[in-house]
Design a protein. Structure first.
Length: 405
């Protein structure tokens, strides 16, 4: 199996043209850019000789023909708003290049390589939707109940995309012997510690809640302050209170983010009738996450009814912390060291499809450095030499799996 670096890098650059924004991409799930990228990937898989399809949730899946057992390799090709060109895309194109190189080598006795781009990992509609569907955790009823921020359902957007009603691909425990995901680190540790390959030990748990304050719209010039039911000010006070509470009960590595606020109707001269904030928080320990969620609720109870404003919290996302397979992680570590690459065992603070897969199949992840630790921004980048080293380590990991099979 001979990796073709120029071809891998050219594919990465080509994929980055779909939804290109400067040096990054804006490729939200199921938009035309995302769909065009999926279609392009489908063609690349087919050209490579894989049996490829886009399924009923938009997962792009390419199977090696003529084998009963395969390693599944992938990630996602959707992005956050104004995101980077490598987040997810690299893991998918690692899979494509490895599958292609295997077919070119013509050793048909080896384990097959199946490639997947999971839909909506970034959660425009539902975080990890594609991998949840692949592992049997998402029903058609969920499609109708899941919406984006504008209230459009996943069902509606799948119909629009032409994916609705297609069969959905699923994990096949008798075929898929392992799931491997290569990814950029998206943080600074590898670079700061001068290491080349991150061997992921586990992935943090993630929860996202929306807190909504409901008051009353009024003229912002004529309504005396004491008569207002100001949802906007209530939300700002709520957030301050919550930050104070989080700081008191946090774990050493807990993180939280107030990622989006919306005021309605949203004008300088109207008292906000409603205000919403998205709060996401993460920790490697479920008990700490539970404690943080309890604080969100306690702060709601304190704020609710103050100044005539009602406050409530709704849970949107809940993903438990996940552990990677220790044996598979050791194979990655050994493969990296055999190539003279320095390694670092590390947890992932970012979510990945691997956290869903890991509950069903032996799963491991490899990280390569992110320049300046930047990600979820168009500034995201990685040295080409590191991209090439990462795929070689993954290729060696697949070779090691073949020796075990
Ligand atoms: O949200 C995450 O951690 C990932 O980038 N989807
Ligand atoms: Mn991401
Ligand atoms: Mn990602």
């Amino acid at each position: 199996m001979q990796i073709n670096y120029p071809r891998l890098l050219a594919d990465l650059r080509q994929l980055a043209t779909f939804g290109q924004v400067g040096t990054g991409v804006h490729r939200l799930s199921f938009t035309s850019e995302d769909r065009e990228a999926r279609h392009w990937l489908l063609q690349r898989m087919t050209e490579a000789g894989l049996d490829a399809q886009i399924d009923g949730i938009g997962n792009v899946y390419g199977q090696t023909k003529g084998v009963n057992k395969a390693v599944l390799i992938g990630s996602h090709t959707d992005s956050v708003p104004k995101g980077g060109w490598l987040d997810g895309a690299m893991g998918v194109l690692y899979g494509l290049e490895l599958a292609r190189a295997r077919l070119e080598a013509g050793d048909l006795t080896d384990l097959g390589i199946d490639v997947i781009s999971f839909a909506d990992e970034e959660g425009t509609y539902r975080a990890l939707a594609g991998s949840l569907s692949f592992c049997g955790h998402l029903s058609e009823a969920d499609f109708a109940a899941t919406t984006n921020q504008l209230g459009k359902t996943l069902h509606a957007v799948l119909l629009e995309a032409g994916y609705a009603g297609r069969p959905r691909v699923t994990l096949d425990p008798s075929r898929h012997v392992a799931y491997l995901e290569g990814h950029i680190e998206q943080g600074p540790r590898l670079e700061v510690e001068g290491k080349k390959i991150g061997v992921v030990t586990g992935i943090v748990g993630i929860r996202r809640l929306q807190v909504t304050c409901t008051g009353q719209a009024d003229h912002a010039g004529t309504t005396p302050m004491h008569l207002r039911k100001d949802a906007g000010s209530a939300l700002i006070k709520y957030c301050h209170d919550l930050i104070r509470r989080f700081e008191q009960i946090r774990g050493a590595n807990s993180v939280w983010n107030f990622g989006q606020v919306m005021f309605e109707p949203g004008a300088g001269n109207v008292v906000p009738s409603a205000a919403r904030v998205l709060i996401e928080f993460r920790d490697a320990t479920e008990a700490t996450i539970d404690r943080m969620q309890a604080e969100i609720q306690a702060a709601v109870t304190t704020a609710d009814g103050q100044g005539g404003v009602n406050v409530q919290a709704t849970e949107l996302i809940r993903v438990s912390p996940a552990e990677m397979d220790a044996n598979l992680a050791a194979l990655i570590e050994t493969a990296a060291r055999a190539r003279g690459a320095s390694t670092l065992r590390m947890p992932s603070g970012a979510g990945h499809d691997a956290m869903v897969l890991s509950r069903h199949v032996s799963t491991a992840m490899l990280f390569i450095p992110s320049i300046g630790g930047r990600s979820h921004d168009i500034a995201e980048d990685t040295d080409e030499a590191d991209i090439c080293l990462g795929i070689e380590v993954l290729a060696d990991t697949v070779r090691a799996l073949n020796q075990k099979a």
